[in-house]
Design a protein around this ligand. Structure first.
Ligand SMILES: [Zn+2]
Length: 331
């Protein structure tokens, strides 16, 4: 490996519902070397809609102050529908950001190029950079409160006509099913997100199938996904039954993505990726048993996001820098 001749620093910020993570990333000019995180800053996200910019600004300034370096660019990833011009059209967990021109405000304040993108697009871009050539066609799916997605097809981030491509969470997989915040019924994220896991757990508890999960939560209304995953670690049979059913819903969505895109890699990100190994084993079993068309001849590598919890921030930095020019669609 050669030493990069002109290392560049860029900052990426991942704005979550509860926490905002900023990373300072070092890039190598013209090299295939992966980006390296040299510093990070984690701050609570704004509680009030009017204060949404403050933690973003604070975290960027903290990194700049500690390093004494002015970054070449800043990229910001957030959970929401971000159009091709970086405008936020909807952000269910970041309501204060809708209609705010985050990019322009920060550009003026910081006197730096600032780009805004969807957080799952950022996870996809980071995974593509970190996995290298084996991820030519890559689907990133982030499992949190909802489900986010990002598609890198033959090395390019797929944005679609309006910038809203790659939203598998709103594929309808159960017609007439649970209502979704997007206005449809039966969206994949109603079943396969963290909230979906919680609902499956409550249904199992109500039917008397997961007594330990119910005991851990204290009441039916208090049952959350983490009660299942915590008991899963202890080998509880009820938790395993719930998680196996949940994995079937995840597999259903993956099966659709597999037949549609035949990806080299499916990257799993978000909160549930901490139980990635358990989940992926169950998903693979369900796929082989129930979705033979998706299983035969299509064997994508399914991996937990290689950037871990920093994947979104790393990808935001890369998009901000334009350091992954091959990923841009030129528009
Ligand atoms: Zn939906």
């Amino acid at each position: 490996m050669t030493t990069p001749e002109s290392p560049k620093r860029v900052i990426g910020v991942d704005v979550g519902g509860t926490k905002t993570l900023a990373v300072m990333v070092e890039l190598a000019d013209g090299a295939d070397a992966p980006p390296v995180v040299v510093d990070r800053e984690l701050v609570p996200s704004a509680a009030a809609p009017g204060e949404v910019l403050a933690p973003i600004r604070e975290s960027i300034r903290a990194l700049m102050g500690r390093s004494g370096v002015t970054p070449a660019a800043v990229g910001i990833g957030l959970a929401g529908f971000v159009d091709r011009d970086g405008r936020i059209h909807s952000a269910p967990n970041l309501a204060g950001l809708v209609g705010v021109d985050v990019g322009s405000a920060l550009r003026v304040e910081l006197q730096l190029p600032v780009t805004i993108d969807n957080d799952a697009n950022c996870v996809a871009v980071a995974a593509h950079a970190l996995l290298g050539r084996r991820a030519d066609c890559l689907v990133a799916v982030t499992f949190g409160t909802g489900i986010g997605g990002g598609l890198v097809i033959h090395g390019r981030l797929l944005r679609g006509s309006n910038g809203f491509a790659g939203e598998p969470g709103h594929m309808v997989i159960e017609p007439g099913g649970h209502p979704c915040g997007c206005g449809q019924q039966g969206c994949w994220e109603q079943y396969a997100s963290g909230n979906g896991l919680a609902r499956l757990a409550r249904e199992a508890c109500a039917a008397g199938k997961a007594p330990e999960v119910l005991a851990a939560a204290g009441s039916l209304a208090a049952v959350r996904g983490e009660h299942v995953t915590r008991l899963l670690d202890r080998g509880d049979a009820g938790a395993l039954e719930v998680f196996t059913e949940y994995a079937g819903w995840v597999a259903l969505g993956f099966a659709n993505l597999r037949v549609l895109l035949d990806p080299d890699v499916i990257v799993v990100g978000g909160g549930l990726s901490s139980h990635g190994a358990d989940l992926l084993a169950l998903v693979e079993r369900a796929t082989v048993a129930r979705f033979p068309s998706a299983a035969v001849g299509r064997r994508p590598e399914i991996v937990v996001s290689p950037g871990g919890p920093e994947g979104g921030a790393i990808g935001a930095a890369l998009l901000g820098a334009g350091a992954v020019l091959d990923l841009h669609d030129g528009a």
